[in-house]
Design a protein around this ligand. Structure first.
Ligand code: KIV
Length: 350
């Protein structure tokens, strides 16, 4: 179980168990992951107080979680963006709580040190604060999360946030563009571009802070508004498409890694995303090379054919096959053993 109290009496939170070492087979071994203490709300408060910027990235499965962990990122968000970047939907609305829980469970097995925040999916918390508490508790108990995130700063959402915090679950708020509200916002549009709408964002942010949120995501708002919200709150703000004047930044894993090579995806990747790698292109190239080598017979070569039969066993097998009327199969055994023998003697094709 990954949930540890914010400040434990007996020694404090410890890092989760390390993931097992990767199985052998190909590629350079990853660098050893240094041991770091787990990030808790206290860690974030201390960083914020010291003026250190907070780092946050999304992840949705075990391997992405191990990478985020190894990079020393502070907060890992199991975002409902999974609906889009993992499941291929056009919006975040279709992610179910059960699907979110599967993502959370995989992530919590792979990440040892970041604070794990699970997004409450659309439909899992809006109807009542009771629903919000029930869903939030599931993300912690079944998903292994440390905290939850919910979108919106209207009255009902603030009440939901207060109820969840009251139930003992740390809540990260989310204002500005709220992808779960595209139905009422009229699409994925930047928010706070008029004085009235900007003031609404400031008021919602304050209300969420008053409800007990420990941090706030500010999505797709003009930079001066992000600066104003950050200045008016005592909790950290985490920006995405909100400029540099926030307490930290978050990006979606697939966006920052340049994971999606498909031209359509490149067209719809938000303007504020920066790609730090071209992982999608590397994946595409590797898959193409693999398929080419399978077609040509170059893979698997001797280096990737580890299981052998010693000569007496191979002879016995061929004999038995022949006795059973399987002459072609016996010939195949003998041919491969002969070829391997030639190769071992340095005379055959490498
Ligand atoms: O689901 C998500 O990825 C998010 C981030 C954009 C903050 O909510």
């Amino acid at each position: 179980m990954s949930i540890k109290p914010d400040a434990a009496v007996y020694g404090g939170p410890r890092a989760r168990d390390p993931p097992p070492p990767p199985a052998g087979g190909g590629g350079a071994s990853p660098p050893a992951i240094p041991h770091r203490p787990r990030v808790t709300l206290r860690t974030l408060r201390a960083k914020h107080a010291a003026g250190e910027r907070i780092t946050m990235v999304t992840a949705y499965d075990y391997p992405s979680a191990t990478h985020v962990d190894a990079a020393g990122v502070d907060v890992l968000l199991v975002g409902d963006s999974a609906a889009m970047v993992v499941h291929g939907h056009d919006t975040t609305l279709l992610l179910t709580l059960d699907a979110a829980l599967l993502h959370c469970q995989a992530v919590s097995r792979g990440a040892r040190t970041p604070l794990l925040v699970g997004d409450l999916p659309f439909g899992s918390y809006e109807a009542s604060p009771t629903d919000a508490v029930r869903s939030a508790v599931r993300l912690l108990k079944e998903g292994g999360m440390d905290a939850v995130k919910l979108e919106g700063g209207g009255r009902a959402r603030v009440a939901a946030a207060a109820a969840v915090v009251g139930a003992g679950v740390a809540v990260m708020g989310h204002v500005g563009l709220m992808p779960q509200a595209i139905s009422v916002l009229g699409g994925f549009r930047p928010q706070g571009q008029s004085a009235a709408s900007a003031l609404k964002v400031v008021r919602e942010a304050r209300a969420l802070q008053d409800a007990g949120c420990f941090a706030l995501v500010l999505e797709c708002v003009p930079s001066p508004l992000a600066a104003a919200v950050t200045a008016s709150l005592s909790i950290p703000t985490i920006g995405i498409g909100a400029g540099p004047h926030t307490s930290g930044q978050v990006l979606v894993y697939h966006d920052l890694l340049g994971m999606m090579a498909h031209p359509h995806y490149r067209q719809v990747t938000p303007k504020f995303c920066k790609s730090y790698a071209g992982v999608g292109a590397a994946i595409q190239e590797a898959l193409g090379r693999y398929a080419g080598e399978v077609r040509s017979g170059a893979f698997p070569g001797p280096a990737h054919t580890p299981y052998r039969l010693d000569a007496p066993t191979a002879e016995a097998l061929a004999r038995e096959l022949r006795a059973g009327g399987e002459g072609k199969a016996a010939d195949a055994v003998e041919a491969v053993v002969a070829e391997q023998g030639l190769r071992a003697a340095g005379a055959g094709p490498g």
